[in-house]
Design a protein around this ligand. Sequence first.
Ligand SMILES: *Cc1c(COP(=O)(O)O)cnc(C)c1O
Length: 449
Amino acid sequence: MRRVVDPRRGIPSTDAVLRDLAVSPHVAEVGRDRAVPLVADAQRRARAGDLDPGAVVRTVAAQLAALDPGPGTRPVLNATGVVVHTNLGRAPLSEAARGALVDAAGYTDVELDLTTGARGRRGAGTLEALLAAVPEAQDALVVGNGAAALLLATTALAAGREVVVSRGEMIEIGDGFRLPDLVESGGARLREVGTTNRTHLRDYEQALDRTGADVGALLKVHPSNFRVEGFVSSVPVADLAGLADARQRPLVVDLGSGLLEPDVDLPEEPDARTTLRAGAGLVTASADKLLGGPQAGVVLGRADLVARLRRHPMARALRVDKLTLAALTATVRGRATTPVTLARRARDGQLRERADRLAAALRDHGITAEVVPHDGRVGGGGAPGIPLAGWAVAVPEPLAAPLRAGRPAVLPRVHDGACLLDPRCVPTEQDDVLVRAVVAAARAAQPGR
Ligand SMILES: *Cc1c(COP(=O)(O)O)cnc(C)c1O
């Protein structure tokens, strides 16, 4: 493209810079409002003789490239109604957790006792918060994710030995990863007992009674992402714990979604407190599902078992950074009001009001919009099959693609030929942003308008 150049000074005009092929793609990404001041600044420096006029375009392009987040880091408005959306990074963090992340970004006392000046236990504040939330646990440990917690538990307790688990709990957790493969990758061997739909206490007993049985641990996995209905039975934690105690083997329970205490809205979802009270030696869970925190894996339970995990060499490879610890601490302390909890509990009436307002605003812009009943989901492999009653705004389906490509990106639910916008997981203060995004998407879908 030919540059329109100020003939006196050789400084390109604002329009010329913005339209330059080196600059314009970035402007599309970050928006004209953020680009114009950078151009003005470069022009000012060129006029003052601090910047070669020929370098204005290059300078602006480099600055814009640094602002442009690129794929994988773009904020998305989640209009799907799925609260813990795996493809959108699971749990959105609370304000408190975001603040803690920023505070922890510099030097922190992550491994220092400030009262004595001596080295402290890594993440002491996080462990304190977890143990205050789950008094049934004698100790706790935080690793990279739920899978890491399970891997460390079964490896530290049973590498080279057997882990006894029900066939009904041999689950795939997503993206092709299977828990049995995960456990065996650490060196433990799985001893499957029972059948897909029914497993009894005697199945576990027989596995322990076999001659030469070399069992390192009993494992119970909460099959969080599917439901088997009909002729099914599994062994309650308390019964399994009784057997584990009698045979002096640890019982590990993989809870999955990470409720620390019982939740009235999710009666079938196991929680750490109840499971430990029922006698489990260790529980493992994800921090970024129902707990609503950063990606992390939490291990809670008996002090002697947690100590074995902590001392295992693998623990060092699976540990989390200071940012995760800081965000997790804030999340655990404020777990009653995380965005995940609030979105899960959003009241039908409030969702209806917001959907009505959104639809009215869209119709004011000439966009076809209708409020329809819409069930949200917990998502993230938590509480499968439990609908969260609510409402969505249905707009024409061709808006879905430009919505996803917009800034901010909006992820709607496309269903039955409609593009559904569910306000449940959209922060209320962003409702105006959502309206503007839909208006922009409508323009993009119909450039003639
Ligand atoms: C989600 C889940 C895991 C894996 O946890 P990540 O945090 O995703 O690694 C393991 N077990 C169960 C039962 C789960 O639901």
